[in-house]
Design a protein. Structure first.
Lengths: 260, 248, 250
């Protein structure tokens, strides 16, 4: 399970238990993973398998009950915007801020001077496809645009690692596909390390360099598939077809188990 | 559990502070709970104010009259404004503008008109309760599904039937909320009216005690009046719950 | 102004004019006792006569209201923020706050006047108490209803608790604060007027009361109209401010 490349992220024997009204629930049990620099690493698995919890731990918003997480050699003790930026499924834009002001949020919280953060945010607008929308409020933006602003906000702080929790989950299929292409483009240009959560096999196969399949609750890493193919990828190529079958067989079992 | 304990503790602490401060203070200005209790007993045994029941009953009658008028006028006005769009758009904002005026501004005019008698208190209570009821009815009517009205009319329902069978049931929730607020405001209006100048009623008794610096009696009277206020709100909330259960 | 709004405005104007005309005719013909309901012309005349002292009294009242307002807004927002954002405080205090909100404040007015006498302070204090509760309750509710995702987002970007208050909570509750402020001004003014009427303290409330006692109907109506106009103007001004600051809302 350990990558041969340099480990930017190391997750070692991590477990998490939640106390609910119906008793304790093990969300994660003994999860270990390593992710190297500039990987596009996808986590896929049935609902409730703990993917979001794992991502939350990497983002410093959730603490493990056992095990540890290391980012760039240092244990994660809380949100660390210098190394890690998170994009959630709900874009979470501040409705009283314009698109531009939303992109600036991370920089603002770090105390970056107004002129400088304005410049950084403005320069991001064109690659985000939001040129001309700087002064619009979130209520004037479509779902896809809102998510792009959220991604822009994460990119603005220039952290090495981008955590993305089903960022395209709430979008329609066409928009999802376009956003996926667009994200790949951003990734190629910025060379960031992306940890991506999705439900969609298609997305996982189209975008990632490696895919980890998680078991049903309590979540563990069941399998890690390598996808060394070049981008842009064709879903019809023989390797893709084989990988798709393999991925589905791993996931199918877990999805069935999760349904019980 | 912890929350309940803390709440209780807070109440106990407040009472304790009140007791200590009250004992140290000039008895004409502040009385501790320990002095209020005997005053309350005297009050309820009708020793300090023998006409307490009559005053209480008068206040209750004033509230009832004010509320009945407010509900009748509020329903009629709200329904009319809601059902006739132009009327609603014309006079609705004017009504809302009047709502921006603190109601007590009208009270001296009411006193001029009705004197210090019961009528001015009823009028003031009515005025206070009328606005929220009307505005709630108006809002309720506006959110009635117009298609239901169309269907009813297609089956031959006249205006009254439409109101009874379509509008009132559809807007019951909003209506009951407005009726409850209206009652609370009628109560406040009557009490304010009585305190600002009345010959009889709970407010008059309160003024009497205050005027004679019978502070313990004043507090006891306030507590009894509070019981009336809370009682009316409890009654209203029970009715509200009944209405809600009916719509679900 | 579109066609419908134009029609509506015309109707409103006609309503006002017709009412005034009918009222004038009724008063002149003696259909209503001019002792109780003076004619608009008499009211207008009275307005001119009392303008000086009435405006002075109004200024007095509005001055006290302004003080009471500043107190109730600042205390109300701070209390609402504090109690709303700390879960334990909210759970413990909520029933008490709501209970106090529902109590007719007038019941404690005699005691306040007893303590503070007949000056500016009882009016300011009572006005502040009146305005405080609706503001606090509204702010409390707004803090409780802040979208949790926004707080999580801010935290993920490393926001300190102070930054969360400043950059997430405060901007998010602005609409409710504005709604509370709009409600509060009417409540504060009401409180001040009540004290002036009750305790015979200088100000518009006292002016209205003494006109009523003296059976000076035209003067009373004129003064009532004056105070009403002032109140409506203030609320309209707050409404337009509210609208300007809420451009980002749907």
């Amino acid at each position: 399970m350990t990558a041969s490349r340099g480990e930017l992220i190391a997750i070692e024997g991590v477990s998490k238990r939640y106390l609910t009204t119906s008793g304790p629930v093990d969300a994660l049990r003994d999860v270990s993973l390593a992710v190297g620099e500039s990987e596009f690493f996808t986590l896929i698995g049935p609902s409730g398998c703990g993917k979001s919890t794992l991502l939350g731990m990497l983002g410093g918003l959730v603490m493990p009950d056992a095990g540890r997480l290391l980012v760039d050699g240092a244990p994660v003790a809380g949100p660390d915007p210098r190394h890690v930026a998170t994009v959630f499924q709900d874009p979470g834009l501040f409705p009283w801020r314009t698109a531009l002001e939303n992109v600036e949020l991370g920089l603002e919280l770090q105390g970056v001077a107004a002129a400088r953060r304005r410049r950084v945010a403005e320069e991001l607008l064109a690659p985000l496809g939001l040129a001309g929308f700087a002064a619009k409020y979130p209520r004037e933006l479509s779902g896809g645009m809102k998510q792009r602003v959220a991604i822009g906000r994460a990119l603005a702080i220039d952290a090495k690692i981008l955590l993305m929790d089903e960022p395209f989950g709430a979008l329609d299929e066409q928009t999802r596909l376009l956003m996926g292409e667009w994200l790949l483009d951003i990734w190629r240009r910025t060379r960031k390390t992306i940890i991506f959560i999705t439900h969609s096999l298609h997305e996982a196969l189209l975008l990632s360099t490696r895919v980890a399949v998680m078991t049903a609750r309590p979540g563990r890493i069941k399998a890690v598939l390598e996808l060394p193919m070049e981008h842009p990828r064709s879903m019809e190529s023989p390797e893709m077809v084989a990988l798709r079958a393999k991925l589905w067989s791993e996931i199918r079992e877990e999805s069935l188990r999760a349904m019980q | 559990m912890k929350v309940a304990l803390l709440r209780f503790g807070l109440l106990a602490a407040v009472l304790a502070v009140w007791e200590l401060a009250g004992r140290a203070a000039n008895p004409l200005l502040a009385v501790p709970p320990s002095a209020v209790l005997p005053a309350l007993r005297d009050l309820l045994l009708l020793r300090s104010y023998p006409d307490l029941p009559a005053s209480l009953w008068l206040t209750v009658r004033e509230i009832t009259a004010a509320y009945a008028l407010a509900v009748a006028a509020g329903l009629a006005t709200g329904l009319a404004l809601g059902m006739y769009r132009l009327a609603g758009r014309t006079w609705g904002p004017m009504l809302a503008a009047l709502y921006a005026v603190p109601a007590v501004v009208w009270y001296p005019s009411l006193m001029l008109f009705f004197g210090l008698d019961v009528a001015s208190k009823i009028a003031f209570g009515f005025l206070l309760g009328f606005f929220p009821i009307t505005l709630a009815v108006l809002a309720g009517v506006r959110q009635v599904n117009p298609h239901l009205v169309t269907v009813a009319r297609a089956y031959g329902a006249g205006t009254l039937a439409v109101i009874r069978r379509v509008m009132l049931p559809s807007m019951l929730f909003t209506l009951v909320g407005g009726l409850r607020t209206g009652l609370a405001l009628c109560v406040i209006g009557v009490i304010v009216g009585e305190i600002l100048g009345a010959k009889a009623g709970m407010g008059a008794l309160i003024n009497h005690a205050y005027g004679l610096l019978r502070t313990a009696d004043y507090v006891a009277l306030v507590l009894v009046t509070l019981a009336l206020v809370v009682g009316s709100d409890v009654l209203a909330s029970l009715l509200e719950r009944r209405a809600r259960a009916w719509t679900e | 102004m579109d066609r419908v709004t134009g029609r509506v405005r015309a109707h409103q104007l006609v309503t006002v004019l017709l009412t005034v005309a009918a009222w004038e005719i009724a008063a002149r013909r003696g259909w209503v006792d001019p002792l109780f309901v003076p004619a608009p012309s008499a009211t207008a005349g009275a307005l001119v006569r009392i303008a000086g002292p009435a405006l002075a009294a109004l200024a007095d009242t509005l001055g006290k209201t302004a003080l009471a307002y500043v107190l109730s807004v600042s205390l109300g927002v701070v209390a609402g923020l504090a109690v709303g954002s700390v879960r334990l405080l909210r759970d413990v205090l909520s029933p008490y706050v709501i209970a106090l909100y529902g109590i007719p404040k007038i019941l404690v007015l005699p005691w306040i006047v007893l303590l503070l006498g007949y000056g500016t302070s009882p009016a300011v204090l009572y006005g502040a108490i009146h305005g405080f509760f609706p503001i606090m309750v509204l702010v409390m509710g707004a803090v409780r209803d802040v979208d949790r995702t926004l707080v999580t987002v801010a935290q993920s970007f490393g926001a300190t608790p102070l930054q969360i208050y400043w950059k997430v909570l405060l901007p998010a509750i602005v609409p409710s604060v504005l709604a509370g402020m709009r409600l509060g001004i009417v409540f504060c003014l009401l409180g001040v007027l009540v004290v002036e009427m009750f305790a015979g303290v200088r100000g518009m409330g006292h002016v209205l009361g003494s006109f009523a006692n003296g059976f000076q109907a035209p003067e009373l109506f004129a003064a009532t109209a004056l105070v009403s106009a002032a109140s409506i103007a203030i609320v309209l001004a707050l409404d337009s401010l509210n609208e300007r600051l809420s451009r980002w809302r749907a």
